[in-house]
Design a protein around this ligand. Structure first.
Ligand code: FES
Ligand code: FE
Length: 448
């Protein structure tokens, strides 16, 4: 019996079998596997906390999650960022109960222990009388996480032995830059984080953003896409993309690209944002910074393992917050180029609200699929049927015709990236520490 209790390491490793193209859907519903995910994935990898523009000034804070562990994310006086466990070490109450704000200090509402902006315990009611002057406050601050940023996105990690963020992200940075690095000034978040609950496992959402372009042309999204076709455009010109890549990246990251299909993409972001992104000075700056190949990507769906997803081009960013094996909180915000005209920023906001938000037409399609699968999987017999994950495994290659980085590549409609993500999942779930995680062999799946 392995660390998951009910499953041995060998059984976990066998749950995803790329050779037969089969995998075990118990990874979505099993409670013991979920508890192991919190320990071996969320408590050891770099997890996104939001965007720097959410907390621009000293004392600005947001509360966030690393897995199910609540944290406080605070801008310090010296402009650095601290992330600490949102747990008072007296009896465990949340130190901060607000979603966001600005504070000079955080006072626990249970018995009044107070912490400064950095999370150090600075004041205890009746300290002299109740503790006789013997309480060593320096020992009783909340646990601090490591914090690093990448082009505006804030990440935190509990594990002192994990590699730095730059190394952990690796080649996924090349694809993140399609959204984060189009202009010199970088990006800013449209204010506010939308949050809602979906009764599904976090990996359905992560996997889809890593790998699934396949669903876009089916009932899942076709009606929403057709509804977005402007009146003056011939509807027969709008076809699901057939030019693109599915990319398997290291460390469980993955993405897929739509290339040279602005017409399809326009139905999602609208004509004005499409024009801004594909012509004129903002496009020319993107070509200079990113090169022609990346500047011409119309949409890049990506998952940064474990639970940060985005759609570059649409610029919706989401963190899939796990809440047990059968539920997630979706936290989303939209990024825009900092120097984009206000009219374009407003249009961007309107289109991400229309498409990818709690009430968005595409969001609801995706959520409904995930909920339905999760519900079916509550059945005993259903849990014991294998799923098919073989798409693209017969045509995958280590050579990328676009010259982009990654371990292996396939046609737009493939599950190569999903296979990469799930193989990494089996490996990190059975690796006892970061020494073992570093020894995970990461290679093109096609080469096996
Ligand atoms: Fe926070 Fe007691 S639990 S002061
Ligand atoms: Fe979708």
């Amino acid at each position: 019996v392995g660390a998951a209790g009910a499953y041995s390491d060998a059984q976990i490793l066998a749950m995803v079998d790329e050779k037969s193209g089969k995998f075990d859907p118990k990874i979505y519903v099993d409670e013991s596997l979920y508890r192991l995910e919190l320990e071996r994935i969320f408590a050891r990898t770099w997890v996104c906390m939001g965007h720097e523009s959410h907390i621009p000034n000293s004392g600005d804070f947001t509360t966030a999650y690393i897995g199910e562990d609540p944290v406080v994310v605070v801008r310090q006086k010296d402009a650095s960022i601290r992330v600490f466990l949102n747990q008072c070490q007296h009896r465990g109450m949340r130190i901060c109960r607000a979603d966001s704000g600005n504070a000079k200090a955080f006072t626990c509402t249970y018995h009044g222990w107070a912490y400064n902006q950095g999370g150090d315990l600075v004041s205890v009611p009746m300290e002299k009388e109740a503790f006789g002057g013997c309480l060593n406050k320096a020992e009783w601050g909340p646990k601090q996480a490591r914090v690093e940023t990448y082009k505006g996105l804030i990440f935190a990690n509990w594990d002192a032995d994990a590699p730095g963020l730059d190394e952990y992200l690796g080649d996924v940075k090349f694809y993140m830059d399609i959204m984060l690095d189009r202009c010199e000034a970088g990006t800013e978040a449209i204010p506010g984080i939308q949050k809602w609950v979906i009764p599904c496992n976090w990996k359905f959402a992560a996997e889809q953003f890593a790998s699934d372009a396949y669903h876009a042309g089916t009932t899942s999204h076709l009606s929403g896409i057709m509804a977005g076709v402007p009146e003056d455009v011939d509807i027969t010109q709008v076809a699901p993309p057939t030019d693109g890549l599915n990319v398997h990246l290291e460390n469980g990251h993955g993405c897929g690209l739509f290339l040279r299909n602005p017409m399809f993409y326009m139905t999602i972001v609208g004509p004005k944002v499409t024009e801004y992104l594909t012509t004129g000075p903002a496009y020319e700056e993107a070509v200079r910074r990113l090169g022609q190949g990346r500047a011409d990507v119309n949409l890049c769906h990506t998952n940064v393992f474990p639970n940060l997803s985005f759609l570059a081009g649409i610029n919706t960013v989401r963190m899939w917050q796990p809440r047990g094996p059968n539920e997630i909180e979706v936290w989303t915000f939209t990024l825009v180029d900092k120097t984009a005209p206000q009219e374009i920023k407003d249009e961007w906001r309107r289109h991400t609200s229309r498409t990818f938000s709690a009430g968005g037409v595409f969001e609801q399609d995706d959520g409904e699929n995930w909920c339905d699968i999760q519900q079916v999987l509550q059945g005993h017999v259903a849990q014991n049927q294998k799923f098919n994950i073989e798409m693209g495994s017969h045509t995958v290659t280590a050579d990328n015709p676009e010259g982009f980085p990654g371990l292996s590549f396939a046609y737009t409609y493939s599950e190569e990236s999903a296979r990469g993500m799930y193989r990494y999942w089996t490996q990190i779930m059975t690796a006892p520490d970061w020494d073992a995680i570093r020894r995970i062999e990461q290679q093109p799946l096609a080469a096996e």
